[in-house]
Design a protein around this ligand. Structure first.
Ligand code: SAH
Length: 557
């Protein structure tokens, strides 16, 4: 297999002849327009056009020649400046027809690049599967071995890149050009100055710049540019801003002999944090309680936030991870004050974001599961702030797990339902009807357990009294407690054992898959923990890796 030469063709104003009327022809028109070429579509008048093409024809972006292809099209429909020869031909009607073969050989003879769909042997060029972000384009080819694979590989590559890399490439291009232009201007002014001298005029302050200074400054700036391109983490490069660029260019003024030392700190990627001045909100879930159940993302957010607004339920071991310098406000939610506390939190967040701070709204479990997360998202979005939402492990699914209850299990339960025992304004929502193959998890329900159980076993909902259930409290915390019982005894059990909020109720046959309860109820106290899973937290590991990388960076800086 001979590898093809990959090129990027400047196709502005080129005439692309597209033959066919199917969706592929539509896609070719789209691509053509993206590269600012002029697509001309050849398809008989009675063709049923893909709606995407019809729209573009109506808008006047695609020209439709309503007839069959003619040999003369190749040499008459093109741009005047190239004697009307078209710039490229795309045949979308399949490789098996004699028409495709004929067009292919005509094009080859006229040196017109031709592409025939699904017929690599009739093509003189193939299209790459491309990822585009501003001036940055990444193309993948499998040399005709499979376009599905090419697109999969392209997606994989693209997803590994920071999302704003395209704009960063644009900015870095600007720096390169500015360095070049400023150097060029400086050189010109030196030439002028020499002329002045020859004319016998007095020296200007420009005299302070000697050719050696200029040369040194230019070298330094170009070296800086190539160093950051080479050594900065891509994520950091992607977040480079215009302000960063200005700061760096100013510190490399051509007439400052001391600029090297002044500019040095700027080589450090962390010293220019692009987003520092833009307020933003992070809405993150902190998991059910144990700090090891935080996601790495949420932990990163905890470490980097300027202000943390936490829910009352966020457990102490998680709050302990907050750096001492970071201010924390914990919602003052108590019965009757929930709404006021929520408002207070929102306005604190808003004030801080307006002052350019990164505000972390830390919620228990997952932010979108009974966490009013979307309301807060809306609130901050309406105020014009970017809101990033980070998921958390929900208690609804992890509390049963830590209580050895598999929420689904073959031949026992094939569905899980998560409900709340507390509706709007404290009213009780209508509970679900009994389904033997369902596990139901009730959150926020233990304070009115009696009413809930009563309505479940009521004939309208028809839950058998013998249905196994478990109350799981403070799941994943050191004082976790599980009470295993049945709907018949759950209320007495909790009355006798007392409650230890937060807790939830799991009901269904899944409760007895791994743990049988032979008595009216059993109580299990304590959490087993995560021993034996290796030393050190992921975060510590991460720190080691980062330290190593920074050492390497320091060597090159
Ligand atoms: N967003 C949270 C739920 C908020 S509603 C999440 O995804 O987990 C609050 C309810 O969650 C509590 O009333 C309780 O029913 C449940 N809950 C939260 N943490 C819990 C825990 N560690 N153990 C058991 N139930 C818990």
């Amino acid at each position: 297999m001979t590898p093809a030469m990959l090129t990027a063709v400047d196709s502005a104003n080129h005439v692309h002849l597209i033959i066919g009327a199917n969706p592929l022809a539509g896609a070719r028109c789209t691509r053509s327009l993206e590269v600012r070429a002029q697509p001309k579509l050849i398809a008989p008048a009675d063709s049923s056009l893909h709606y995407g093409i019809t729209k573009r024809i109506e808008e006047g972006k695609v020209e439709w020649l309503q007839r069959e292809f003619q040999e003369s099209d190749l040499t008459t429909l093109g741009r005047e400046e190239v004697d009307h020869v078209v710039d490229a031909v795309f045949v979308t009607t399949g490789g098996n027809s004699s028409l495709s073969t004929r067009i292919s050989s005509l094009c080859r003879r006229l040196r017109i690049p031709v592409n025939v769909a699904d017929a690599p042997n009739l093509c003189t060029f193939t299209l790459l599967s491309t990822h585009t972000s501003g001036p940055l384009q990444i193309g993948v080819t499998t040399s005709g071995k499979g376009c599905k694979m090419a697109s999969r590989i392209r997606r994989e590559i693209a997803s590994a890149l920071p999302s704003d890399l395209g704009p960063a490439v644009e900015r870095l291009g600007t720096i390169r050009r500015r360095i070049w232009e400023e150097d060029h201007a400086a050189e010109m002014s030196m030439d002028l100055e020499v002329d002045d001298d020859e004319a016998g005029q007095s020296a200007t302050f420009n005299k302070l710049i000697t050719p050696t200074d200029l040369e040194a400054a230019r070298n330094r700036r170009m070296r800086w540019l190539s160093q950051i391109c080479e050594y900065w983490p891509l994520r950091r490069l992607a977040s480079i801003t215009d302000a960063d660029v200005d700061a760096v260019l100013q510190s490399y003024t051509t007439d400052s002999a001391t600029s090297t030392s002044e500019a040095r700190p700027l080589l450090n990627p962390t010293s220019l944090d692009a987003r520092r001045n833009r307020g933003r909100i992070i809405l993150a879930g902190s998991g059910p309680g144990h700090p090891d159940l935080l996601t790495q993302l949420t932990l990163r957010a905890i470490r980097s936030a300027d202000l943390i607004l936490a829910d009352k339920l966020v457990p102490a071991p998680v709050l302990d991870l907050i750096p001492r310098r970071t201010p924390v406000h914990i919602a003052r939610k108590f019965p009757g004050n929930a709404e006021a506390a929520q408002q207070e939190l929102l306005s604190l967040g808003l004030d801080a974001a307006k002052r350019g701070m990164t505000v972390l709204r830390l919620k228990q479990g997952d932010p979108y599961l009974y966490g009013r997360g979307a309301e807060e998202f809306e609130f901050f979005r309406r105020e014009g702030f970017a809101v990033q939402v980070l998921p958390g492990i929900t208690s609804a699914l992890s509390a049963p797990l830590f209580a050895k209850i598999p929420v689904t299990h073959r031949a026992v339960s094939d569905q899980v339902l998560v409900c709340t025992g507390t509706g709007r304004k404290g009213a009780a929502p209508d509970p679900p009807v009994y389904l033997p193959n369902q596990t139901v998890v009730f959150l926020m329900s233990l304070h009115r357990l009696g009413d809930l159980v009563e309505s479940l076993v009521d004939e309208r909902k028809a839950w058998p009294k013998e249905t196994p259930c478990a109350v799981v409290e403070r799941a994943s915390c050191t004082d976790q407690r599980v009470v295993r019982t049945t709907l018949e005894y759950v209320c007495v059990a909790i009355e006798e054992e007392g409650s230890r909020p937060p807790g939830l109720l799991v009901v269904g046959r899944a409760c007895e898959v791994l743990m049988k309860c032979e008595q009216r109820w059993v109580v299990e106290d304590g959490f087993e923990g995560f021993e034996g899973l290796g030393e050190g937290t992921l975060e510590e590991l991460g720190q080691e890796i980062r330290a190593e990388a920074e050492e390497k960076m320091a060597v090159v800086a």
